[in-house]
Design a binder for this molecule. Structure first.
Ligand SMILES: [Zn+2]
Length: 428
């Protein structure tokens, strides 16, 4: 078995330590560990984190392999420091049967760059009318625990209630894309001062907040877990904070782009800024950062949404919604949360690894960096500064809102069960 000695990394930003990996496991953590026959990585000045876990990734396979495949998406994940991703169900065919989730799960196993945990659809065909075979997907080899119609909202209250009741039996969770569809018909961007000026159809905050309010009440009523995808408004934060104060089993995520970008960018009419939920206001951004810092929002999730060039390089109204995010997520979190003093690196480990793994009930990930644990690890150079160059992405798609923007930090190494998937910032 191969041995790797990571020399002098700050574990979760603490004092420098040596970490010895032996085979698939962290064998020893200490100071002055003898290298012996191990490969040595000099990690002075770098931060060692548990491998990042994404609760919200669109890998597009099966069906849209022109934008991403499980292989290219897991490569992008590894470059971004992720060792596990949850693959959303809005593929073609939809991941609403045991057969499709097992296919995605198998493709993930074959990739070897990052673990892939398929998410199952809540309803057949994401149509919101009839529950999908949740039990069969859970009992399949893929062992699905997270269910979501993401991209669409489970807007029927009875269907949502039944889904919550059903997944309770096996400690599953419904991850809701909170968007009242009737309130967002024809919407192109956030409803507010900018949309009024530009004359674009607005997407009101209440469309998100009304569904979150309903769903936290439903989850409390049936005693089940609900997870809110990509929170984007200050009002959503208040509702989740209130639900948590009641002791209800509610968790929530925020995307990196909602921590950094605002609807002012829509003035450029560059469709790279078109996303669902839409970019909101500066006040929303600040409320989301504060909520992530105080734990009201449990975790960061990328909502990595690859699209081919032709679906984004068109007029605003016709463009697809979504941004790629796996390869820039940690840098955006460093800029918005760490470099602002809102969160330390231990906090980053919690919000980007421990908590998402716990919400997904994912075993072997989101573990402390200590002897005996699986060696799923990410090494970050926080002093690095560089402009984002999409031409160098491992993802098949290039629809990043950060092209040319200087972001801090870089993942230098990623280890999946002791095997380096990224070395010196490059795919191994
Ligand atoms: Zn969504």
């Amino acid at each position: 078995m191969s041995k790797i000695l990571i020399r002098g990394a700050k574990i979760l930003g603490g004092e420098p330590r040596d970490v010895l990996i032996d085979g698939e496991t962290v064998a020893e953590v200490g100071t002055g560990i003898e290298a012996g026959d191990a490969t040595v990585i000099d990690a002075a000045g770098q931060i060692l984190l548990p491998g990042l876990v994404d609760l919200h990734t669109h890998l597009r396979e099966p069906g849209r392999e022109d934008s991403e495949t499980v292989l290219t998406g897991t490569k992008a994940a590894a470059v971004g420091g992720f060792t596990a991703v949850h693959a959303m169900a809005n593929t073609f065919p939809v991941a609403d049967t045991a057969g499709v989730v097992e296919q995605v799960w198998r493709l993930g196993k074959e990739s070897g760059y990052c673990d892939v945990q398929p998410v199952g659809a809540v309803t057949v065909g994401l149509e919101g009318k009839q529950l999908a075979e949740l039990g069969a997907m859970h009992d399949s080899a893929a062992g699905v625990k997270v269910f979501s119609d993401d991209g669409k909202c489970v807007d029927d209250a009875v269907i949502m209630r039944r889904a919550l009741e059903y997944v309770k039996a096996f400690d599953g969770v419904v991850a809701q894309h909170a968007q009242e569809p009737r309130l967002t018909e024809g919407a192109q961007m956030n409803e507010g001062a900018v949309s009024a000026e530009l004359g674009l159809g607005g997407w009101p905050a209440v469309a998100e907040e009304s569904i979150i309010a309903r769903d936290v009440l439903l989850a409390a009523h049936v005693g089940s877990r609900v997870h809110i995808c990509h929170l984007s408004t200050a009002g959503s934060v208040e509702i989740v904070r209130w639900a948590k104060s009641k002791g209800w089993n509610v968790t929530a995520e925020v995307t990196p782009h909602h921590l950094l970008l605002t609807d002012e960018l829509v003035r450029t009419y560059n469709p790279v800024y078109k996303v669902n939920p839409p970019l909101r206001t500066e006040a929303d951004v600040l409320a989301l950062r504060e909520a992530l810092a105080d734990g009201t929002i449990d975790c960061v999730a990328t909502d990595h949404a690859p699209h081919p060039h032709e679906d984004k390089d068109c007029e605003w109204a016709a463009a697809a919604m979504g941004m790629v995010g796996l390869e820039t997520a940690l840098s955006v979190v460093q800029q918005t949360m760490v470099d602002t003093g809102l969160l330390d690196w231990a906090g980053v480990a919690d919000r980007m690894s421990l908590r998402p793994a716990a919400i997904g009930r994912l075993e072997g990930h989101g573990r402390p960096v200590s002897a005996g644990e699986p060696a799923n690890l990410t090494l970050v150079d926080p002093a690095y500064r560089g402009a984002v160059d999409p031409a160098g992405f491992a993802s098949r798609s290039r629809n990043t809102p950060y092209e040319g923007r200087e972001l801090p930090g870089r993942v230098t190494h990623t280890f999946l069960r002791g095997r380096a998937t990224v070395v010196d910032g490059k795919l191994a």
